[in-house]
Design a protein. Structure first.
Length: 365
């Protein structure tokens, strides 16, 4: 049984008031209303179906489909609005203008597709690498960023070229001209290109990953970002430094996170008034103190009387510590230095400092 709205519509259509022109305007109004309310209504209608489907398909597939929802929604809105405009009985001149606008609609469709692919690139990476190597999670994140940046660059370039071709722009001539211009740019931007090549090299060899603490020439800090052109390093005093990848590859790279232990060597200067038995007892107690620390490799501890310096008796200490991280290493140094000070105070010893003895000779009267 037809609804009252449809019955009234058919009755109005049978009267002479429902002219073809009025029908066109009514259809255009209906399409405009659909452009505004169709997407929200579909979301509410399909919500139960969405829950049932999400339980039957893999999570990554669901994420991939959601990446295209917003572009598809805008495509539906613009398509219905454009259809409404074409339904209205315009004059011949306006219809010619609307017909000429069709390539721009095709460019819009391409842009929406590119938007969906742009959003889906991280999900595609996860689908290709569902099981990253457990020993290199940082390297996985670095490769993920490179994959996303590279694919998104390709998506933008291809979308622009295809869109320009659809608008009637001679893309072939542009590419041919771009070849000549590209040669000039290549000669003028050799450093930039070398940085791009160096970036690819860093990804292939991955001497460091995001979150690693590295020493790079005069720069040291935590790696925050690795792009195709440069690497960003956060120094211990929270300064963000950007280094071109070509310079990164040209330097010796020290990766603190790639080692499990760190060598720590230091010297303690004792006063010359310290007796030999006191020095021997201090070395034994110092060795016992260091071996008992949980962050010190006890088998690597070496404490010896190294030399008699100008102003001190030097006791040299070398050991491996199990804190390769920069922050943990500094905390360990502070803790052990304080323990050494307490030990020397307990044994009545003092640190030596540069001094000079002056002898004054009295003249004979």
């Amino acid at each position: 049984m037809a609804s009252p709205f449809l019955r009234n519509f058919y009755q109005l259509k049978e009267t002479r008031a429902m002219t073809p022109e009025v029908q066109h305007y009514l259809l255009a109004g209906f399409l405009l209303l659909a452009a505004v309310f169709a997407v929200p209504l579909l979301k509410r209608i399909l919500r139960p179906v969405k829950k049932r489907i999400s339980d039957r398909i893999p999570a990554l597939v669901g994420h991939l489909l959601r990446c295209f929802l917003r572009p598809a929604a805008w495509l539906v809105r613009v398509t219905l609005a454009g259809w409404a405009l074409l339904t209205i009985p315009w004059s011949a001149e306006i219809r010619v203008v609307l017909t000429r606008a069709m390539p721009y609609y095709q460019a819009f469709v391409l842009a929406m597709a590119a938007w969906g692919v742009w959003e889906a690139i991280p999900v595609i990476w996860q689908m290709l690498h569902r099981h990253p190597h457990p020993d290199q999670p940082e390297n996985y994140e670095t490769l993920s960023r490179f994959f996303e940046n590279g694919c998104r660059t390709v998506v933008v370039v291809m979308s622009v070229l295809v869109g320009l071709d659809g608008l009637g722009v001679p893309v072939t001539s542009l590419i041919a001209g771009a070849g000549v211009v590209g040669l000039a740019i290549t000669l003028a931007a050799q450093s930039t290109l070398s940085g791009l090549i160096a970036g690819i090299t860093l990804v292939a060899e991955h001497p460091f990953s995001l979150g690693d603490y590295i020493v790079l020439g005069d720069v040291e800090g935590t790696v925050e970002d690795i792009s195709l052109r440069s690497t960003r390093i956060r120094t211990p005093d929270q300064v963000l430094i950007t280094v071109e990848n070509s310079k990164v590859c040209a330097e010796y790279i020290q990766n603190a996170n790639a080692r499990t232990q760190r060598l720590w060597a230091f010297t303690i200067g004792l006063e010359y008034r310290t007796s030999a038995p006191q020095v021997e007892q201090f070395i034994r107690d110092l060795t016992k103190l260091l071996v008992s620390d949980p962050d010190v490799d006890g088998q690597s501890v070496q404490a010896v009387l190294e030399e008699f310096a100008d102003s001190s008796i030097n006791v040299n200490v070398r050991m491996m510590v199990n804190t390769p991280g920069y922050g943990d290493y500094r905390a360990l140094k502070g803790r052990i230095n304080l323990a050494v000070m307490h030990l020397m105070a307990e044994e009545g010893l003092s640190f030596a400092f540069p001094s000079r003895s002056v002898y004054v000779e009295k003249n004979a009267q």
